[in-house]
Design a protein around this ligand. Structure first.
Ligand code: MD6
Ligand code: FE
Length: 210
């Protein structure tokens, strides 16, 4: 049950909750962890099954990580670059995701993976569904850090009408319920400079994959 008395909280679609400025002063700690993780599992541009490199760079932490190559989208226990397991999820990641999910009305959330997206000028992400996880009753918690971007939130078909939300540093979307399989994407990252991330935007998406 969502607390509509929370002034920072908006339900953008049934089960999809936007929490503005949701991470307070944890931003620097989260970004520090991102750079530690990227030193172990570097950001890379994955190839889609059609053979195109995505413009967004990605890495993962947790028990599994989301990858894509010519054979498809899936979760893997090992980073294909190193052949080693993905770095474990920092406590501050897990604790933050659990608290945010609870605030949006999803108690006892315990993610087993975090996909980290890095956007540079010109990066974008087309409309897609997140459907490589096993249990769609579990929400996704998404934290935006750095430069702003336009988030498009559609329905259950790729081409239907969509709601647009400009996501800024510290904004969070918790994506669950009947919206868990909604199509969504983000527009092109525009040039800019953020005091903590410079010319980039990072997006942490927490999932229960297995
Ligand atoms: C992004 N986010 O914000 C891309 N997926 O850069 C996603 O694709 C996403 O924000 C599932 C749930 C929440 C999200
Ligand atoms: Fe997504």
């Amino acid at each position: 049950m969502v607390l509509f008395t929370d002034p920072e909280l908006t339900e953008i679609a049934p089960g999809a909750v936007l929490i503005r400025n949701a991470i307070g002063d944890l931003d620097e700690q989260l970004l520090r962890e991102v750079s530690h993780l990227a030193a172990v599992a570097p950001f890379r541009r994955v190839i889609t099954p059609t053979g195109k490199a995505m413009s967004v760079e990605m890495t993962n932490c947790g028990a599994v990580g989301w990858i894509s190559d010519r054979s498809g989208y899936r979760y893997e226990e090992d980073d294909p670059i190193s052949g080693q397991s993905w770095p474990s999820m920092p406590d501050v990641f897990c604790n933050t995701a659990t608290q945010l999910a609870a605030r949006a009305g999803y108690p006892a959330y315990s993610p087993d993976t975090c996909l980290i997206n890095k956007y540079s000028v010109g990066s974008k992400m087309g409309m897609h569904q997140d459907r490589d996880e096993r249990d769609f009753r579990q929400p996704i918690v998404s934290v935006s850090l750095g430069l702003p971007i336009m988030f498009k939130f559609g329905g259950t078909s790729r081409t239907g009408p969509s709601v647009k939300v400009r996501l800024t540093h510290g904004d969070v979307i918790v994506f669950g319920g009947v919206s868990r399989l909604a199509f969504h994407g983000v527009g092109t990252l525009r040039a800019g400079s953020h005091p903590l991330t410079g010319a980039c935007r990072y997006n942490l998406t927490f999932r229960v994959a297995r």
